[in-house]
Design a protein around this ligand. Sequence first.
Ligand code: ME8
Length: 538
Amino acid sequence: MKDTFFITTPIYYTNWVPHIGHAYSSILADVIARYQKISGKQVKFSTWVDENSQKAIASAEELWMETVSYLDMMAQKHKAVWDWLDIKYTDFIRTTEPRHHDFVREVLQKSFDNGDIYEWEYEWMYCVGCEAFKKDDDLVYLNKTTWATFPIDKKVVESDNIIKVCPDHLKTPDKIKEKNYFFKLSKYQEFLEDFYRENPDFIVPSERYNEVKAFVKRWLDDFSISRETNKFGIRLPFDETQVTYVWYDALFNYLTVCDRPHPNPLLTKERGQEQNDMKFWPANLHVVAKDIIRFHAIYWPAMLESAWYEIPKQILTTGYLTVDWQKISKSLWNVIDPVEFSEKYSKDLLTLYLLSSFNIWQDWDFDTKQAILTYNAKLANNLGNLVNRVVVLSLKMWTEWLNWIIDEEIKSKLDDYVYIFNHSANDYNLKDTLDLSFKFLDDLNKFADTKQPWQTIKEESLQTETSDVLYTIAEWLRQVWLNLYAFFPEKMSEMFIKLWLENYSESLESGKLNELRQKQEVFNIKEKWEALFLRIDV
Ligand code: ME8
C-alpha cells in the first residue's frame, strides 16, 4: 500500500473569477502534489469554491441573477481556469453540494452535543468583504477627503469625514444585532497552546507561526457560527431558523471531500477514488495565504478537536501579491488574469516566476517584465543553451553512447544535488529546489566550458574523452529534468522523448522518480531539436 498525501488549496469565493493571487496558491499546491506523486505517494488534492458567502449573493444581485444560476456559472468559470492551467486536482467541491450540507450539519450537531455551541444575543460589526466579525481594534480611520487611513486613536472624533473602516476593504462594517449561536473558542485556548508547543512545524514559515502564537496567547473570544438574517447557506441542525457562518462551513470542506467523495460516480471512477477517503485524513498540507491563517491555525484546530477529528499536519502560508503595489482588486482595475497571462507568455513562465523569484514568506509586487527576464535567463538561456550544446555535438559524433562514465567530481556534485533537492522538496521549499537546479545547470555549463568538447571533438584521439564529457552532461541534464518534471511537466516530457527516454512520463506518473534516478541510460540523439523554451522579448 502506498503512503498517502493529502494537499488542499483554499476554496475560493466566487464573487469574481480567480486572479494571479489565487493562481499562486493553486500552482504552488499543484507542483507539491505532482512531486509527491512522482515520488510514489498516493495523492489526494482538493480545491474549488466557497459558495455560501454574502459576497457571492451580492454579486448575483448586481447582475440581476438568481443566486443559484450565478453560483453555477461562477463554479464553472473557476473550474475552467484551473483546468486551463492544468492544475491536477483529484477532488473538487462546491459548498452548496448536498454532501457538504449533510456533513457540516453532522459535525455541528456533534459540537452542539459536546456543549461547545451556545446561544447568545449580541451586537457586533461584520465586514462582508472579509466575511468576518470585527472589533474596534481591527479597524482604522479613513479620511474621506484624502482617502488616507490612520490607526484608531481615542483622541480622534468620528465625523462625516472621519470614519472607521476595515483596513482591507475601506468600508464601514455592518452593525449587527441578532440572536446567534457561538462556538466556545475560549475553552480551547490551553489546548491550542499545548498543540502548538508539541507541533513546532504546524505552520510554516515560522514568522507566521509566531504571529499566531502571540495572538492566541493574548485572548481568544468565542465566535459566532450562525446568522439569523441570512437566508442562503447551511441551516443549523439544532435551530433551522439560523444559517451557518460561512467560515464554519467552508473549513469543513477539507473533511467533506474525504468522508463523502464526489457524488458523480463517473468522476469518482475517473479519478480513482474510493467510496470513503478518510485514509487521507489528517491532511498533510493546507496551502493558504497570510490573510486566512488565523482561521486555519486557530479556529480550525479547535473546531476539529470539538468534533473529534485529527488536526492536519501542516499549513504552508504564503505572503500576499500586489500589482503596482496595490491590493489586487477589480475596483482598482489591476487584476491580472492567470489564463490571459499564460496564453500570452506561457504557463511555465508564470510557474517559474511565482515559485522562484521570491520567498514564500514575502509579500511581492507582481512584475511582468521581471517574470520575462527570469524566464529568459533560466529556462531559455541556462537550460536551453546546455541542451543545444549537447545535441549539436552528439549529432557530430555519429555514435551511440553505451556505458560511458561520468566525471567523478561531477558525480559527487550530482549526488549532493539530488539529496538536497529531495530535502527541500519534502520541506515544500520550492524556491530552493529551483535555485539549486539552476545553480547545478550553471556548474554544468562551466564544466562544458572547461572541457571544451567542441574542440576535442575535432581530434580523433580524443573521441572517448569527448563522448564521456557529453555523456556526463546528458546524464546531468536527465537528472535535472526528472526533478523539474513536477514544475514543467509538458516541456520535460518533450525533453525525455528527444533523448529517447520514451516511457519516462508514464513511469514518473506511476511514482517511479527514484527508480529512474538510479537508471543507467543509453542516450541516442539522432536529430536536431527545436528550442523548447523560446526567448521572449521584453
Ligand atoms: O478567503 N496574494 O477565499 P478567497 C496571494 N473562501 N494569495 C492570494 C491573493 C493575493 N493577492 N489573493 C488571493 C477565502 N489569494 C475563503 C477561503 S478556505 C476554507 C476558505 C489566495 O477567494 C490565497 O490562497 O478570498 C488566499 O488565502 C486565498 O486566495 C483567499 O481566497
